[in-house]
Ligand binder design. Structure first.
Ligand code: PMP
Length: 456
């Protein structure tokens, strides 16, 4: 394998940046004019764009996005999984229109029958018998953590280095590489308390680090994705997830699986696909087809423990006890979830999406091999991601060490100028039901061109 020539990379990046600026004048103008927005964008993450300003959206449908400069892209970013069902899928449009326009009552603090339908569907897919709804995966994690603390009477969560579970204070933690103590992750915005008061951090694929943390006897829940997906994709090694289950049970902690991204593994997420046995499952983003949503599912045992504490008056989940939100579980969100789960993210859709992700992975891998690049690509069902290191990293820490901002920027812009959008936060590509084999072939060709230029 041969390292990338840095001066060639720098020159290619400059060319792509100039091209991006020249071909997106309207996006640039609107960005410059957004003077009443913090960071000139509606949410500060939207500044994560290699070209210095984001594309300004005009319209989107299926697997396509068109910007205000009239350029259309094959969208493999899919709103970082929020649009995994594709942009504005027809069944979701119909259900949302019916609820919002025909029936009315988007948000009333009253139940509708879509809720039981969605609960039953989530039980069929993920196994947890009891569900509650939120408007984001962040909130689902936040509230489920509170319930895990209530159910176990313990104060801390165990997370893995470089995990991401939303803006949840407890989760921005790393294990110090020298003494192993838990500390705040660099860049963490103003944590309310030092991280070691709420959290113990362990290393992914390292059961010894998990057991060392659990031995303190103060962990309410191990919170993890079944594969890390927010520091590239770091897959679990054989036996790791079984080991987590076994250790959680042995030390009296709950196993809380965040399926928000790993839902790409299949119709029932990695939980069902890989036969996991969690105590709590969290999901968000995709299941509303673009309408704000989230959910957490509890095992019977966890739900019973919560009920014991609510019935005894120790905790309040009906009034302002710290779990719930005014618009959570609203009728519009549930109508969207019912249509999206029932008619869009079906078993057939997953088969199609996973086959395409396999083709995407094979295409990128062939180009990596041909050019002897020291990179790897990991597939997780309907998603795939390349990382600038080989063999594939085994932990969040190893994956973080392989970050390469210049390469990232170059590849994102090179793909963008060839009509392809990759997730700005990652080199991640996700397939939706509307993605086609031709879209994947287009990526393969663009990627081949971009890496060939690095070697020319
Ligand atoms: N869990 C995981 C695994 C995620 O990747 C994310 C977002 N990237 C979240 C939770 C939070 O989702 P949201 O920002 O929609 O609340």
């Amino acid at each position: 394998m041969i390292a990338v020539d840095r001066s060639r990379l720098a020159a290619l990046l400059r060319t792509e940046q100039e091209r991006y600026a020249a071909t997106h004048p309207r996006s640039r103008e609107l960005y410059a004019g957004a003077s009443n927005l913090l960071g000139r964008v509606p949410m500060t993450w939207m500044n994560m764009w290699a070209g210095g300003f984001p594309l300004h959206l005009d319209h989107a449908r299926g697997a396509r996005i068109t910007d205000v400069d009239g350029r259309t892209y094959v969208d493999f970013a899919l709103g970082d999984t929020g649009a995994m069902a594709g942009h504005s899928p027809e069944p979701t449009i119909k259900a949302v229109t019916r609820r919002f326009a025909d029936l009315g009552g988007a948000t009333t603090m009253l139940p509708t029958d879509d809720a039981q339908w969605v609960g039953e569907e989530l039980t069929a897919r993920f196994g947890m018998p009891l569900w509650s709804f939120t408007l984001s995966a962040t909130d689902a994690n936040r509230w489920a953590i509170r319930l895990a603390r209530l159910a176990t009477g313990r104060g801390k969560v165990l997370v893995f280095g470089y995990c991401y579970h939303g803006s949840v204070d407890e989760t921005f933690a790393l294990a110090n590489p020298i003494h192993g103590g838990t500390e705040s992750r660099p860049g963490n915005v103003a944590p309310p308390v030092p991280l070691d008061l709420t959290t113990r951090a362990a290393r992914w694929n390292d059961l010894a680090s998990v057991e060392a943390a659990l031995r303190h006897g103060d962990i309410a829940a191990i919170l993890t994705e079944p594969a890390l997906t927010n520091i590239g994709i770091v897959l679990p090694e054989p036996g790791f997830l079984d080991g987590l289950r076994e250790l959680a049970s042995r030390y009296g902690a709950l196993l809380m699986i965040d399926e928000t991204h790993t839902f790409s593994a299949g119709w029932g997420g990695a939980t069902t696909e890989w036969g996991l046995r969690p105590d709590i499952v969290v999901i968000g983003k995709s299941i509303g087809g673009g309408i704000a949503c989230g959910a957490y599912g509890l095992s019977e045992a966890v739900a019973n423990a919560v009920t014991r504490h609510t019935e005894s008056g120790v905790a309040d989940i009906v009034d302002v006890g710290g779990v719930g939100g005014t618009l959570a579980g609203n009728a519009l969100s549930l109508a969207a979830m019912r249509a999206t789960l029932g008619e869009v993210l079906t078993k057939d859709a997953f088969a199609h999406m996973i086959a395409l992700a396999s083709a995407f992975t094979a295409g990128a891998q062939a180009a990596i091999d041909e050019h002897e690049l020291p990179w790897s690509i990991a597939q997780l069902g309907a998603r795939a991601e390349y990382r600038f290191t080989a063999p594939a990293p085994r932990s969040g820490e190893e994956s973080a060490a392989a970050a390469d901002e210049e390469l990232d920027a170059y590849l994102h812009l090179a793909m963008c100028s060839r009509g392809i959008l990759m997730t700005p936060f990652h080199n991640m590509a996700l397939m939706c039901p509307a993605t086609s084999a031709a879209d994947v072939a287009r990526h393969t060709e663009a990627f081949r061109e971009a890496v060939a230029a690095l070697r020319a």
